[in-house]
Design a protein around this ligand. Structure first.
Ligand code: FBP
Length: 569
């Protein structure tokens, strides 16, 4: 592979030359860092480089809602996990000729290109006749039979680079009989032995449904999922972390620490910063631990304490007044993107809206009469922009699009009103000059950290190995991630064991459970011990940009370091 990389790089050096007809990047476009990262060779567990064997775990028939999940997955439910193990004296295989498709699904996450390059290298190194197809623009590319063949020339410029643009992505959910028929046609016409779905919880749920469907149709195509999402909520006893989280939190931490230094330099602004993470607050928690803001709201805690919108507003106003009394009319507040869904009153409203909107878009005057009295009152009391944002169309998986709900502006508005009320009532007034921020899209396509480069390259190899081993309905897994990559253990866990039944688009359906912040976990414990000391002091911490070289090059995020747990066998 090293030779190939050098060959690829030699092409870049020919000034102005386009890399291939399909790749529009020319040497003049590549930054010095881009070039340097092309030459980074990801670290890989040695077991994936040679002949290996398999070890099966126990059958996995212990999902929550077991009976119902079994009904959806009669062929896959209960199958064992598998581990790639040393080939103790078994026959040395050269690798089968395989035809494999790969698809990127959902929001981008740093490292996706390395999953693809890892998959390609695995297939190519095992058997030069194997072929990798990349479906274009997400699962809709499978439905439309829209693909490109991925070869070294096409892949090379994307090695260790951010983004999903080598083939693109979307959020199409494959669900109707017509869509399944189209997928069957595509898979049959390409004669696919395997399909690798790189996605989050919803996309991996879809991967399991496809795997079950292919088995039921007696088709040979195996389906393997790869755990992706910056949100960090595709995590459980089997998956230690999703790829992309490590890089994204490093990008956001740098930005937030810059805000802290701005606050303490100019001493005039309150920065309200919403961070991505649709359903869980892992990103906010990690960024708080890295940067020490004056306040960080953790949605899961808000939910546990049953704090309403008004209560959260008052707690922020208290902080602002306390600091103002010390002559400090500035600070940093972090909030998770999904905060509103954790407040019981707003969550109730959203659930009612989900049911009302399950049949499609409705105007506000059609919605309001269908709400319960309590939710109607809340809905009417919200700033009109936020009320409108809550009624926007759901995503194809039935989720509220929280990235479009500007909860930082909602809180700024509510806190402003609260401070004015306090002033009117003769309580301490104070100057409040807020600035809203939303950091989400800024982190999803960043140059991946060394950790994500190595992890993703390993996941790509593992997915290839699982397909070659004839496995289906599994998610590729890498265990012991806090150790050096040379000590990682690789294999696959059944997707069905990670599922429970949830209500989506007005129906009960199986979905992979999202992992919320564990309020008894190590990361939250450290946060809750330290946060009081950040309120009134300016203990802003600057972790700096992602390090690819030097002493921090192989550092991994705090959440994974403090909460890594050994997976079940
Ligand atoms: P995935 O779960 O697909 O990885 O996406 C996560 C995410 O980045 C969330 O943090 C955010 O709410 C959402 O995508 C935004 O989606 P979109 O790209 O459709 O605006």
């Amino acid at each position: 592979m090293e030779n190939m990389q050098l060959n690829g790089d030699a092409k870049h050096r020919k000034a102005g030359r386009t890399l291939s007809s399909a790749v529009s990047v020319t040497v003049a476009d590549l930054s010095p860092l881009h070039r340097a990262r092309l030459e980074y060779f990801p670290r890989l567990p040695p077991i994936l480089k040679g002949a290996f064997g398999w070890r099966e775990g126990e059958p996995t028939d212990f999902a929550d809602d077991a009976e119902e999940i079994k009904r959806y997955f009669p062929n896959l439910y209960g199958q064992p996990s598998v581990f790639i193990v040393p080939n103790r004296g078994g026959p040395v295989t050269t690798g089968k000729t395989l035809r494999v498709g790969v698809v990127l699904s959902g929001g981008p996450a740093p490292g996706g290109h390395n999953v693809i390059s890892g998959l390609f290298d695995y297939l190519y190194n095992r058997n030069r006749d194997s072929v990798l197809f990349g479906f274009l623009n997400g699962p809709s590319g499978i439905i439309k039979n829209n693909y490109v063949q991925l070869d070294e020339e096409r892949i090379y410029p994307y090695r260790n680079q951010g983004g999903f643009h080598i083939i693109g992505s979307d959020r199409t959910k494959i669900e109707t009989p017509e869509q399944f028929q189209k997928v069957d046609e595509t898979v049959r016409s390409l004669d696919l032995d395997g399909l690798v779905v790189i996605g989050g919880d919803d996309s991996n749920t879809n991967a399991a449904i496809l795997a079950e469907h292919f088995v039921a149709q007696k088709m040979k195509t195996r389906v393997i999922g790869v755990p992706k999402t910056i949100d960090g909520d595709l995590r459980n006893a089997f998956v230690e972390t999703s790829f992309g989280f490590d890089t994204a939190v490093k990008v956001y931490s740098e930005l937030v620490s810059n805000l802290g230094y701005d606050a303490i330099s100019a001493k005039k602004s309150w920065h309200f910063c919403r961070l991505m993470g649709r359903s869980a607050s892992h990103i906010t928690l990690e960024v708080a631990l890295q940067t020490h803001p004056n306040m960080a709201l953790i949605g899961e805690e808000v939910m546990e304490k049953k704090q309403t919108l008004t209560q959260v507003t008052k707690s922020i106003a208290d902080l602002i007044v306390e600091r103002a009394e010390m002559g400090k009319s500035f600070g940093v507040v972090l909030l998770p993107e999904g905060l509103v869904e954790f407040m019981p009153d707003v969550d109730k409203l959203i659930l009612e809206l989900n049911e009302i909107l399950a049949g499609g878009h409705l105007e506000e005057d059609q919605i309001i009469p269908k709400l319960t009295e309590q939710s109607r009152y809340l809905f009417r009391s919200l700033p009109p922009l936020i009320a409108k944002q809550l009624t926007l169309d759901r995503d194809p998986h039935g989720n509220v699009q929280v990235s479009k709900i500007e909860s930082e502006r909602l809180l700024i508005q509510m806190v402003s009103d609260e401070l004015k009320e306090r002033k009117k009532a003769g309580l301490a007034g104070c100057s409040f000059s807020p600035i809203p921020h939303f950091f989400g899209y800024e982190g999803r396509c960043s140059l991946p950290s060394n950790f994500d480069c190595n992890y993703c390259y390993t996941l790509g190899h593992t997915a290839g190995a699982l397909i070659e081993g004839g496995r289906t309905g599994l998610v590729a897994t890498v265990r012991h991630l806090t150790k050096p990559p040379e000590q990682w253990e690789v294999g696959g866990y059944p997707l069905t064991v990670m599922m429970d039944i949830e209500r989506r688009k007005g129906k009960n359906v199986p979905v992979i459970k999202k992992a919320l912040v564990d309020l008894k976990g190590e990361a939250f414990r450290i946060f809750s011990e330290q946060r009081d000391s950040w309120r009134l002091a300016e203990d802003y911490r600057c972790p700096g940009p992602i390090q690819h070289f030097g002493p921090m090059a192989d550092s991994i995020n705090f959440t994974l370091m403090s909460e890594a747990r050994d997976s079940v066998a």
